[in-house]
Design a protein around this ligand. Structure first.
Ligand SMILES: Cc1cc2nc3c(=O)[nH]c(=O)nc-3n(C[C@H](O)[C@H](O)[C@H](O)COP(=O)(O)OP(=O)(O)OC[C@H]3O[C@@H](n4cnc5c(N)ncnc54)[C@H](O)[C@@H]3O)c2cc1C
Length: 217
């Protein structure tokens, strides 16, 4: 690392410890920004265990699925990050669909990294919470009007049907008040990590033999 700056120069060697989704994402972004000497290390042998919880992977990122949502009340920073991330989820899906070298070992071009089936938040109260109301205002002010659909509003129910979310508005036997964040859905966490690891390697990120642990000194 250069002596006078905390910002790594292009020739610096960078070691990213931890190949969960944040380490993977960091390595990919560094490589995309032109850093040729990025190395990833993890104590888990992910190339063998494939980020599978069933194979003993205990990292937060190694899971079957995770919720994706942009509904964060008035916390616009999370909303913005989520909307940006959803664009990337779609870009990654398009890359995977193109097949060829984009497909990680053991996966196919038809695998899903995420599904945009919405995220329904319900309440047993008669009115939506202030958090939900704040989300609707924040999304509208960011230009995402009619992405948060309330399941007792006839116009929203019609919109949900038009957008293909009709059956997700009231999925329970009994009617419960809720709002469907139509930007959200579910990520297949293990497959997403496998895709990201493969993408990092295609960018020439070196991956040290996984299963190596760094110990604090
Ligand atoms: C139960 C649960 C449910 C969640 N649900 C959601 C959800 O629905 N939606 C959502 O958006 N977020 C959810 N999250 C949060 C999300 O999973 C995390 O924010 C994210 O996965 C964190 O990624 P990470 O890369 O920072 O950490 P991790 O995925 O934990 O990765 C850290 C990596 O570092 C490695 N490591 C640690 N120590 C060492 C060491 N000494 N040497 C070498 N390697 C090391 C670990 O093996 C691991 O691979 C959930 C989290 C949990 C725990």
């Amino acid at each position: 690392m250069s002596a006078k700056s905390d910002v790594p120069s292009k020739t610096d060697s960078i070691l990213v410890i931890g190949a969960g989704i944040f380490g993977l994402s960091t390595a990919i972004h560094l490589a995309e920004r032109g850093h040729p000497n990025v190395t990833l290390l993890d104590k888990q042998p992910y190339e063998k265990t494939l980020y599978s919880y069933a194979n003993g992977c205990d990292a937060a990122s190694a899971d079957i699925n995770k919720i994706i949502r942009s509904a964060y009340g008035s916390q616009k920073i999370y909303q913005t990050l989520s909307l940006e991330a959803i664009d990337t989820w779609n870009t990654w899906t398009q890359e995977l669909r193109r097949g060829g070298s984009a497909v990680p070992p053991g996966m196919t071009s038809q695998d899903d990294l995420w599904i945009n089936n919405g995220d329904l938040s319900c309440t047993d109260m008669d009115d939506l919470s202030e958090q939900e109301k704040a989300t609707i205002r924040s999304m509208e002010s960011a230009g995402y009007r009619d992405t948060q659909l309330i399941n007792n509003n006839s116009r929203h129910l019609r919109l949900a049907t038009e957008k293909g979310f009709g059956s997700n508005m009231q999925p329970f036997g009994k009617a419960v008040l809720g709002v469907l964040d139509t930007t959200g859905g579910v990520a297949f966490a293990d497959k997403a990590c496998r895709f990201a690891l493969h993408k990092a390697q295609k960018f020439s990120v070196s991956v040290l033999p996984m299963g190596r642990r760094t110990e604090p000194r």
